[in-house]
Design a binder for this molecule. Structure first.
Ligand code: FAD
Length: 402
């Protein structure tokens, strides 16, 4: 089965790439191993800087209708202290909101299918091999296998799972590795327009109201601390044990999710997560989303970067004859440069914030500073990309429709 491009993974990065390329007339195959809708470890907040892009993709109205309340304030909860500050609006106005990944990812993939992409789901990409001018991706579901072929391969399978694909990351096992956890709760006690970050011994997290009255709570915890926490809450599932550890040290979280609050679907876990900047093109494979580069979840910018990187890649590939490997390598260089211009600062900012949060006694040192100048939280939100629209999609720019 021959295509112009095969996209592996239908998270926001893969589906936005597939959608943009299908709208440009490319023959697109997209391969997703999970059946949708599926929940995912993610806080689910997305900045309003993406609205122009969502509108361009035809998904803006659905997002405005479905997502939770506007987040107009950012907070910091640690120990017994809660600090709040103004969230900066996106240029042109508007605030970020959260939409469950079960809904968001399903909307994006449906739009890609509608635009003409052929969707293989639930199919698992198990191998990528060179094949002359084209390349072959072997996909499998149950006992069945198929070979898809295309000159352009886009890896959008995220960065958290190991496997045999040349684009998958090598395993790590360090005490400082961070594991992600997430759950939804109904009837929680948190002000509607507030998104607090919280820090606790061994990690950090965030809470935000998502769609349909679901509070999304997500966090990252060090591997060594997770092991100790599980040991001291023997018999409890890992997510429950982590939640008790957080609630025991952070009053703001304990008050938002009291005993009367109802869990909606149980805790999910993923990881270790892999923050950092990676090549946008290597081994003749283009990479988008988390795989190209991942910010610490602390700044809640991963979905934005995923969607925007798909759009950036599609823009760089547009109108180029990619039959020859040298042409793909040139496009890869242009895409990687555009990616760094757009995302480098927020990855570095997130790394600094995460290091500060993980520092022993972080809360003790942070309070006098942030307590005296809550505007530092607003500045942090700016540095993390909350006011940076994708190039070509600013308030005074008129993006070409696909
Ligand atoms: C605790 C935590 C909280 C977070 N909170 C936020 C937040 O509030 N806001 C935000 O913007 N970001 C947040 N993030 C980051 C965000 O979740 C990621 O950056 C985002 O999901 C990356 O999107 P992606 O499309 O690159 O990858 P993914 O969303 O990981 O999607 C990859 C897809 O590929 C599929 N796949 C994997 N392997 C294969 C294969 N071999 N074959 C076929 N399919 C495959 C998977 O099933 C998946 O659907 C958070 C992350 C964590 C850990």
């Amino acid at each position: 089965m021959n295509y112009d491009v095969i996209v592996i993974g239908a998270g926001p990065a893969g589906s936005s790439t597939a959608l943009a390329l299908a709208r440009q007339g490319w023959k697109v195959a997209i391969v997703e191993k999970a059946a949708f809708p599926r929940r995912k470890v993610c806080g689910e907040f997305m900045s309003a800087t993406n609205l122009a892009l969502l509108d361009k993709f035809g998904l803006g109205d659905a997002w405005r209708t479905e997502a939770g309340p506007e987040v107009r304030r950012v907070g910091l909860f640690a120990g017994n202290r809660n600090i709040e500050a103004r969230m900066p609006p996106a240029p042109g106005g508007g605030y970020g909101r959260a939409l469950g990944r079960d809904l968001l990812d399903t909307l994006f993939l449906a739009a890609a299918r509608e635009a003409g992409a052929e969707v293989f789901q639930p199919w698992h990409a198990v191998d990528i091999a060179g094949e002359g001018t084209a390349q072959a991706v072997r996909i499998a579901t149950g006992e069945e296998e198929r070979l898809l072929s295309a000159p352009v391969i886009v890896a959008a399978h995220g960065s958290w799972e190991q496997g045999k694909l040349p684009s998958q990351l090598q395993k790590t096992s360090r005490p400082s590795d961070l594991f992600g956890f997430k759950a939804h709760f109904s009837d929680a006690h948190l002000t509607a327009d507030l998104m607090p970050l919280f820090i606790f011994p061994g990690g950090y997290g965030g809470m935000v109201w998502s769609d349909h009255g679901r509070l999304s709570i997500s966090c990252c915890i060090r591997r060594d601390v997770l092991a100790a926490v599980r040991g001291s809450h023997g018999g409890l599932p890992a997510g429950e044990a982590v939640f008790r550890h957080i609630a025991a040290s952070c009053r703001g979280v304990a008050e938002a999710i009291r005993d009367d609050v109802v869990a909606d679907g149980g805790w999910l876990a993923a990881g270790p997560i892999r923050p950092g900047v990676r090549p946008g093109y290597a081994d003749d494979i283009f990479r988008v989303g988390n795989l190209a580069g991942e910010s610490h979840p602390l700044i809640a910018e991963g979905i934005s970067m995923a969607i925007q990187s798909g759009w950036l890649l599609a823009a760089e590939l547009s109108g180029v004859d990619l039959g020859a490997r040298s042409a793909r390598a040139n496009a890869g260089r242009r895409y990687s440069a555009a990616w760094r211009r757009q995302f480098w600062l927020r990855i570095v900012a997130a790394e600094s914030f995460a290091r500060a949060a993980a520092f022993p006694g972080a809360a003790r040192i942070a309070w006098p500073l942030v307590g005296a100048v809550p505007g530092l939280l607003t500045l942090g939100a700016r540095l993390s990309g909350k006011t940076r629209t994708p190039a070509g999609l600013g308030v005074n720019e008129r993006p070409e429709p696909y």
